[in-house]
Design a protein around this ligand. Sequence first.
Ligand code: GBH
Length: 551
Amino acid sequence: MRSLTLLQYEAEQDRVLWELNEAAGAIAQHTPHEQQNFYYVTVAGAASAFPVMSMSPITFSSFPFIVGLKMSLLDVTVFPKDFAWGAAIAAYQIEGGWNMDGRGPSIWDTFCHAKGRVFEDHTGDVACNSYQLWKEDLKCIQQLGLTHYRLSISWSRLLPDGTTNHVNPKGVAYYNKVIDDLISCNVTPMITLYHMDLPQALQDLGGWNWTDIADIFESYARFCFKTFGDRVKLWITLNEPYVCAKLGHEDGKFAPGIKDPGISVYLAGHNMLRAHTKAWHTYNDHFRSLQGGQVSLALNSDWAEPLDPGCPKDAAATERYKAFTLGWFAWPVFCTGDYPESMRFRIETRSLDVGYKQGLRLPHFSKEEPTPLGTADFFALNYYTSRKVKDLSSAGKNNELSFVGDQGAEGVIDPSWPICGVQWLAVVPDGLRKLLKYIKDTYSSLPIYITENGFSKMGPVQIEDADRSQFYQDTLQEVGKAISQDGVNVKGYFAWSLLDNFEWNDGFSVRFGLFHVDFSTPELKRTIYRSGREYAAVISKYRSQTKPKSI
Ligand code: GBH
């Protein structure tokens, strides 16, 4: 028998694993966890035992379960006592049941069914079939030991034509069941009202380009607060208005597939902010005192730095890049009640350049309506990647209108950053730490929830996804540093995603899950990846280190 220090373990992992394998039971002392579903492996020199996901004592055959060792280097004690350990999904990406039990169509049904828009014409018709397999998802949630689960409601499952004139009781029943099951398993739900899937009936009336959409969204939100708010205390009105506006109304890559460069993008974004603002005020005025919950909107942002740090033009471009992405929505809500000045200035100047009437493209917030300022009870951030920014301000001056032209900046990937799966996803965990600090310094001292963060894979499936496991370890370490060294009030972390799912225009070719889903068979079997096991080990370690001492 031989004892190992943690450092030796790190250095010699492969051989050590083999030795452990040979000597199982000798150097690995296992003691049952109180919940009877973990065993601990003790390695000499380590601060504590490592939880191992195993239902039985560690033996030769259970050896592959020993995966908690690497992640255990993470100092979980820096995460605050009530930290939210979550995973996130969105309705259209997992539910399927697109026409079951009275669900109305959404813009993503229309977009996918139109063909030629999504990788190999994949659709979310079935996806993970979570509409029928919710119990399977619940098992996954429990296996990870999540404290929080972020889901979105399919607006058209609840209200098939988007309005409260017609409520679908089966939709209400489905979400009631999900919420009740989560709560009875001690998992706190966080609910997103809108994650890219507008009811098609509302798109037919003009969608996000239509002024009245804000009031219609408000009544949908009110309905949800009234129906589910006795149990749901964390609400996100809109997920990533930037993506919905830009990819849906400028590039046409996402539903509703509108390509109207330089115009609709700002109008759609504006109506989303109006919709969010109305929903937040409704909660604040009519539900907060009774229900005591919190409401925000989830903003996506890259971390951005100048391509050439010595070049003032790149530095200015970086500020514009930030203003046109995070600032576009964060400035009105957290700073002034209006868009960033630099954004307004660029858009108006460019409008003049091309002979477009000033003040028409980026709308103004009306004095008759409630202000967006102050309409968030926490900061919800989706972070995936970083960019180096180069100046484009003089390019295409007299060309036609476009968002990127207005922005006058281009984000590029640093060649030293690894790419995981999809091309846009350069892995830059320390960008998250920098962004968290930037948000605290620039926007708000409110608590921050990281509502999405993840790592994608393409190609042959690897259940032993060591690269993704490493990514989560590195990222959580950066979050830990943001908390302990930069003093950022991070309240929670939601991994994207619980399951492999329908990855929008990439269909099922891109996998983000902590659980693999076998889309080739109707059972859609879920299998935990190594990254899922390691995430579970972190959560378990956190729970065991932060629980009150029993004596
Ligand atoms: C999130 O958006 C979404 O909220 C979530 O639903 C999604 O599954 C997850 O990301 C993973 O993609 O095709 O080159 O024009 C993150 C923001 C928006 C970043 C789409 C990448 C595509 C870039 N993403 N964007 S491109």
